[in-house]
Design a protein around this ligand. Structure first.
Ligand SMILES: C[S@@+](CC[C@H](N)C(=O)[O-])C[C@H]1O[C@@H](n2cnc3c(N)ncnc32)[C@H](O)[C@@H]1O
Length: 328
């Protein structure tokens, strides 16, 4: 039997998952999988990852981006983005370099993580310049940073009173269409706490979309190995019960008051990326083990849930004639 997990010890291990994710993103960016002029400010590590990992991160970032683009088009920028468990994600800075602007962009993570993110932003003019506008000031504490339309704040997402308080500080508008992003975050939150969070969001916001990327099919042999790897690093994966299948992923949102939900595994998401873009990345690196990539893709998913009618027609277009991944 596993030893009982002390609150603090588990959180430390969960916090460390951000370093992993950031290192992997940095590696894939350096190899040309996608463009990100900002990740290098947050991650110095230059370790090379396996080609399957790079391709997996490419599909993850592209999949989430496809959803955000659809949302921004529908709302015409009259919206908010809330990045839950944001880690060192650079979406805010990357969006600033596009014509897409949003009314408010809020990033939340444990204070240990946001303190490091704040510190890096404070020390780099290129990052700070994206947060200032002409006469807007930036307010900073050790863990929180507030610009005119960007807020980075330390909070435990399991504490809803604290979350509400932080969102007020960020001048949240509960009536404005809002997209929530959670990239490999919910799986680390205890099932009941996660349900409370999802219920709270669905009761507060009038029009919202949730984009959740995380593990799925955790009940088979490959899933078991993935879980054991994470557990051996001290992560208890407290929310894994919703990661059993696409149906459990969808079911969690429906149970928590969301009006609708759809989910795709990453095999489907990868196939929905344009053929030209897929061919481009497939030329970047030869895969050592094509089968491993397929298995990885089968064990991650993209879930969309919505409140209101804005996103009920969301679809990911998978090319029907492709029966397997074009992986090498
Ligand atoms: C695997 S990392 C992913 C980071 C980022 N979303 C990305 O994809 O690059 C998971 C993140 O979720 C955060 N997280 C997990 N549980 C949390 C909680 N209860 N409150 C706040 N942040 C949490 C961790 O601190 C960590 O930064």
């Amino acid at each position: 039997m596993e030893p009982p997990c002390t609150f603090h010890h588990c959180d430390e291990a969960v916090i460390a998952t951000n370093d992993d994710a950031s290192d992997c993103k940095r590696c894939a960016v350096r190899l040309g999988y996608w463009k990100d002029d900002y990740i290098g400010y947050f991650v110095r590590n230059q370790d090379r990852k396996a080609p399957e990992i790079n391709r997996g991160y490419f599909a993850r970032v592209k999949g989430v981006e496809m959803c955000i683009e659809k949302f921004l088009k529908k709302t015409d920028g009259n919206c908010q983005i809330i990045n839950l468990g944001c880690g060192f994600d650079t979406l805010y800075f990357r969006l600033k370099d596009t014509p897409h602007q949003v009314k408010n962009f809020i990033e939340l993570d444990f204070p240990t993580v946001t303190a490091r993110k704040c510190y890096t932003i404070k020390r780099n003019k290129a990052l700070l310049a994206k947060i200032h506008d002409e006469d807007g000031e930036v307010r900073l504490s050790t863990t929180d940073l507030h610009g005119p339309s960007y807020h980075l704040m330390g909070v435990d997402l399991r504490n809803l009173d604290e979350l509400d308080n932080k969102l007020q500080q960020a001048e949240i508008d509960y009536k404005l269409p809002t997209i929530f992003l959670a990239e490999c975050v919910l799986v680390y939150i205890e099932a009941q706490n996660c349900k409370n969070l999802l219920k709270w969001i669905s009761s507060k916001f009038i029009t919202a979309v949730f984009v959740n990327y995380e593990q799925v099919n955790m009940n088979d042999r490959f899933g078991e190995v993935m879980l054991n790897n994470l557990r051996s690093r001290g992560c208890s994966l407290a929310g894994v019960e919703s990661c059993i299948s696409l149906d459990t992923q969808i079911g969690r949102f429906l149970e928590c008051g969301w009006n609708g939900s759809r989910a795709w595994d990453m095999v489907q998401v990868y196939q929905s990326i344009s053929p030209a873009e897929r061919q481009r990345v497939e030329r970047l690196e030869m895969l050592d083990e094509a089968e491993l990539l397929t298995q990885l893709f089968q064990h991650y998913c993209l879930v969309i849930a919505w409140i209101g009618e804005l996103f009920q027609d969301i679809e990911i277009t998978v090319e029907k004639r492709m029966s397997s991944l074009n992986i090498d």
